[in-house]
Ligand binder design. Sequence first.
Ligand code: SAM
Ligand code: DTB
Ligand code: SF4
Length: 347
Amino acid sequence: MTAATPDSVRHDWAVDEAMDLLALPFSDLIYRAQSVHRRYFDANTVQVSQLLSIKTGACPEDCKYCPQSTRYDTGLEKEKLLEVEKVLREARAAGAAGATRFCMGAAWRSPKQKDMPYLVEMVRGVKELGLETCMTLGMLTAGQADEFAEAGLDYYNHNLDTSPEYYGEVITTRSYDDRLDTLANVRAAGLKVCSGGIMGMGESLRDRAGLLVQLARLPQHPESVPINMLVRVEGTPLAEEAELDPIDFVRTIAAARIMMPQSHVRLSAGREQMDESTQALAFLAGANSIFYGEKLLTTANPAANRDMDLFRRLGIEPEGGALGDRLPAACPRRKVDHPQYYDAARA
Ligand code: SAM
Ligand code: DTB
Ligand code: SF4
């Protein structure tokens, strides 16, 4: 075995090492993250995913951050599993607006067997539209993961959310090991793994380091690592949590980039509450994926034209080619919606 260089792909990270990264002077941390980022990715390309809640609210789980838990009164209107046709209409619109991956989320502890045929149909239909597919439906058995792999699902999202030590403060209705089991089932089925966590839930720096270490010690790093900033929703137990320092958030992104150099790190929930300079810093720290479109699952996300404008100002290209190059010449969205973006891109 050859000796590992400091920034090669490693699976033996220790919590103290992750803590040391988080404690670096900010410029040193960003420089190191940028250097790693440029070794594995084009630094000016960002993957664009769009989310859709295919089943909303009335979730039996007690995740303290979540507006969809039945235990908290957040005024959310619940909705049963959407019809396949409706999901496909939304996916078509997401593709036309420039997303390359369509992520379908359900407020479930785990999918029921009776729902599987519909879910499989959704995966097949979205793929036929030429989009990558991702689902996040709670815990999966090995058999369900195999069914999704057979249907051609590309990614399965299942977050560890926080460190094993802090986890019990946030969720009591399923264990950390349950989450790791689902990730193992997803990986064994040959699906790509999307797994990350939430910052700003009252966790310590060591908990953030602990989460990153859990992800980076997996036998294979998740291909996609969403780093969410808590969206504080009224009615949830975490609604009154102190606002997270944006610099600390960016530090976590940088550490994730260094520890999982080949993964897409997603600047995930919380962008609507974040200023654009913080988002720019997050891209500088190695974030190279976002959720796009004005809604996450149930909460607001920046409008698409604002994101395209930000991309233009930062010289970022959406992964998979410029939006204008992928839309058919006759498509009315080509220039009408984002004229500034195209004018600058073609100048
Ligand atoms: N019910 C499934 C589950 O929990 O795995 C899938 C949907 S759930 C909403 C997906 C993820 O969204 C959670 O694991 C959590 O990381 C994230 N999330 C939920 N509410 C959030 C909030 N208020 N702020 C930030 N992230 C949130
Ligand atoms: C992830 O890590 N973040 C997304 C997605 N995976 C499913 C969800 C964010 C949800 C934010 C709160 C809401 O909109 O309900
Ligand atoms: Fe349910 Fe998922 Fe929300 Fe937890 S995060 S309450 S499992 S929808």
